[in-house]
Design a protein around this ligand. Sequence first.
Ligand SMILES: *Cc1c(COP(=O)(O)O)cnc(C)c1O
Length: 240
Amino acid sequence: MTDIKERLLAIHQRIEACALTCHRDKNEIQLLAVSKARSVSDIKAAMSCGQRHFGENYLQEAQAKIAALSDPAICWHYIGPIQSNKTRAIANSFDWVHSVDRLKIAHRLSEQRSPEKPPLNICLQVNISAEPTKAGLAANDVGAIATEVASMKQLRLRGLMGIPRATSDFEQQRLQFRQLRHLLQRLQLQLPLLDTLSMGMSNDMEAAIVEGATWLRIGTAIFGPRPASNGAMPNYSPEP
Ligand SMILES: *Cc1c(COP(=O)(O)O)cnc(C)c1O
């Protein structure tokens, strides 16, 4: 078995075991393989084990892989920072965008998404740990923006995404994910179709599952430690 296959199997077992302990249906918990800084052949290895959803952080890198793989069976998710001059390409290269944190970006994505395509699935990124250096909306601003984004023609608002403050303490992880869940539950009173909590990475996926994650965004636990960014991936230079 390849490393990727073994790791993917192990992840699915962890999801299943955790879902059992917290009485959740494992089918509500989807796995997004975060393939930033990974090669096309790594993605193919994951695909051969049935993985279909891949997440990318940098547009240029993602576009190269999308073109190289050119496979309509893959569902591409954008999870990185969004510059406004990149919205047209993002709107039309991806099926999901998890990292919307400004109204202006949402407007542009909706206007620029091709009318022939189905609406783009959107999560609003929330700065749950309120760290000043982190991307994401302040929790207090989410309600007003969600209502507007939900009305945009070529967008389908699905829910919230968060990246908590890094900690190895399970209860601290849970506390942060719980805040995101409570925020979603409040939004659902107005927007009952919201169904998505994009939260949980390699080091905190169990805490995220217990608190209701529907998309786990997992990189290293599937593909192994990320290669150093100092030229190890010569064709993929992250944008400034
Ligand atoms: C890199 C990244 C991940 C995956 O992180 P791992 O720790 O490798 O699982 C998830 N979400 C976002 C937004 C990322 O940038």
